[in-house]
Design a protein around this ligand. Sequence first.
Ligand code: 4FV
Length: 254
Amino acid sequence: MVVDVITIFPAMVEAALTEGVVARARSSGVVDVRVRDLRDFTTDRHRSVDDVPYGGGPGMVMKPEPLFRAVDAIAAERGQPAAVVLMTPQGRRFTHETAARLSRTSPLIVICGRYEGIDERVTSALVTDELSIGDYVLTGGELPALVVIDAVVRLVPGVVGDAESVEGDSFVRGLLDHPHYTRPAEFRGLPVPETLLSGHHGEIEKWRARERVRRTWERRPDMLTGAALTAEEQRTLNELKLNELKLDELKDGD
Ligand code: 4FV
């Protein structure tokens, strides 16, 4: 998997790619992530990457020339990009499905915007995917780009040692994850659920299934439509729906 990140703050991005799973994936060669300084693709002695907006208004806009040169140079070096991702609040929401698709998309180029945004001609001519990590405005696209790279790289086969931990991810089957506990069995009077201490794997899996559905029902009911549920999960969901019906009847009965 080949990823190139275009940014005016290369040290900030590089720093976040030198720890943990992503760093190990880079050193093992499973993924090749390169951070590119946009200023290296400028031609003026001030290494300008931004300019005033046509039509007036506050702030600055990122110039088209350095971004076009950067993408051209990376394509010449790495081959035609399979996708060019721009991080922007105007983009489609980044999801697990997007991460899974991008983990099979290489070479990948990720553009980090700054200022008010980038010249629209870059977006219309070069960008294949405009992605947003949420409905809020950040000072730059670097943190969103790192979120995307982290979520994508861990889905690349061979990156996360125990593939099971990826398959069992929240969102893979449309459910939130079950709670996790580790030693000690009691801490400050707070116990670990008995079932988990029982060693009874059948009961443990039932408990986890019920917890996944209960949490999703309480916190993200929107996810339940279309979730791929196991028999135990479906049983739990039916119970929850039934209880809610009974509650409604009781309320109506009052
Ligand atoms: C953003 C987001 C985001 C907008 C102006 C960078 C900033 C500045 N990117 N999801 N939310 N970007 O706020 O992706 O250029």
